[in-house]
Design a protein around this ligand. Structure first.
Ligand code: NAD
Ligand code: UFG
Length: 337
């Protein structure tokens, strides 16, 4: 069975491609490198012990997308491709709407024409907005606060409509919590362009001496130590979650929705402490104002995925930080050697 993996040279996609190959799937990776680098393909090939079938394609470009479906054959699509920076989406909403929505529409139309029925979509815990309580179950009300989140929610709605009209589709909406960590080899990991927006890559770059100190965005939240609480999940666990979702789709399950998180929340200060332990040095930090748009806490009830997919996260925070640190310290400049 062959899987088209869009965005397969990105952070989560690259780890998932390796997990798919390990599980015996064939893959075809499609990416336009808007947020990734060709070097990752060499690293993936080295880890897989074989070439990674790859097509450079912009999924927003009709010709590129049509060519994928007419020139290659595959049985399922995992759709990671998309722009993902919340702040940038506020500044450039049209870029986000056009990239994320048009790429998805192009894929789905081609799937319909070519009879490809199994689709896994990278959604996000951001679709829960500011949840009334935690842990969050899949039936919580949905709301969003920024254009990036709105693209995720719109695509979810689009997929629910598609499924109503065409129940022959099998669709998994996977709502990721906060992916961190890296491959155990230290050869692939998260390589953000410019100054990182997210906590973990920021902390890692402070640890390696590229940035001076971490700004902790507020310590007056209603959480145990006042700093924001999130459900950090190892990217390797997340990758396995995709293999489990694909297997579920193969049973003809229709449209399904799962939280992919650990079910545990950690505060910013707990993360900084765990990372300090992993890298063996104190991470300097300073408490600053809250970041506009942030919520106090967000963590999953991950029991539905456990029950229905037989999938459960197995890595804890210490191991996530150790693996992030291995990647960052071996590759201080990411994929640029
Ligand atoms: P990433 O930016 O590392 O990977 C996305 C990949 O998609 C990149 O390689 C990029 O070049 C590619 N891409 C973007 N637009 C494209 C287009 N039009 N055509 C072809 N390729 C295109 O991001 P990631 O962290 O691996 O995230 C993967 C998916 O998961 C994204 O859809 C993201 O929104 C979603 N997600 C990520 C997080 C997170 O915190 N990392 C959380 C929730 C959901
Ligand atoms: N934080 C800091 N300092 C930083 C960066 C972050 O204190 O330099 C804090 C934030 O205030 C928050 C926590 O660390 O409390 C995590 O922040 P991230 O930016 O790493 O992650 P978010 O939870 O804000 O958002 C991420 C992705 C979203 C996605 C969401 C849920 O960026 O796209 O997880 O999956 F929707």
């Amino acid at each position: 069975m062959t899987v088209l993996v869009t965005g397969g040279t990105g952070y989560i996609g690259s780890h998932t491609v390796l997990a798919l190959l390990d599980a015996g799937y064939e893959v075809l990776v499609a990416d336009n490198f808007v947020n990734s680098k060709p070097e990752v393909l060499h690293r993936m090939a080295e880890l897989a012990g074989r070439e990674i079938p790859f097509v450079r394609a912009d999924l927003c470009n009709n010709k590129d997308c049509d060519a994928l479906f007419s020139e290659y054959s595959f049985d399922a699509v995992i759709h990671f491709a998309g722009l993902k920076a919340v702040g940038e989406s506020v500044a450039k909403p049209l870029e986000y709407y056009s990239n994320n929505l048009i790429s998805t529409l192009n894929l789905l139309k081609n799937m319909q024409t070519h009879g490809v029925r199994d689709f896994v979509f990278s959604s996000s815990a951001t679709v829960y907005g500011d949840p009334a309580s935690v842990p969050i179950t899949e039936d919580f009300p949905l709301s969003v606060t920024n254009p990036y989140g709105r693209t995720k929610l719109m695509i979810e709605e689009m997929l629910r409509d598609l499924y109503k009209a065409h129940p022959e589709f099998n669709i998994a909406l996977l709502r990721y919590f906060n992916p961190i960590g890296a491959h155990k080899s230290g050869r692939i990991g998260e390589d953000p362009f410019g100054i990182p927006n997210n906590l973990l890559p920021y902390v890692a770059q402070v640890a390696v001496g590229k940035l001076r100190e971490v700004s902790v965005f507020g310590n007056d939240y209603n959480t145990p130590d006042g700093t924001g609480v999130r459900d950090y999940i190892h990217v390797l666990d997340l990758a396995e979650g995709h293999v489990a979702a694909l297997k579920k789709l193969e049973t003809g399950c229709g449209l399904v929705t799962y939280n992919l998180g650990t079910g545990k929340g950690y505060s910013v200060l707990e993360v900084i402490r765990a990372f300090s332990k992993a890298c063996g040095k104190e991470i300097p930090y300073r408490i600053t104002d809250r970041r506009p748009g942030d919520i106090a806490q967000c963590y999953a009830d991950a029991s539905k995925a456990q029950k229905e997919l037989g999938w459960q996260a197995k890595y804890g925070l210490d191991e996530m930080c150790a693996d992030s640190w291995r990647w960052q310290s071996l590759n201080p400049n990411g994929y640029d050697e």
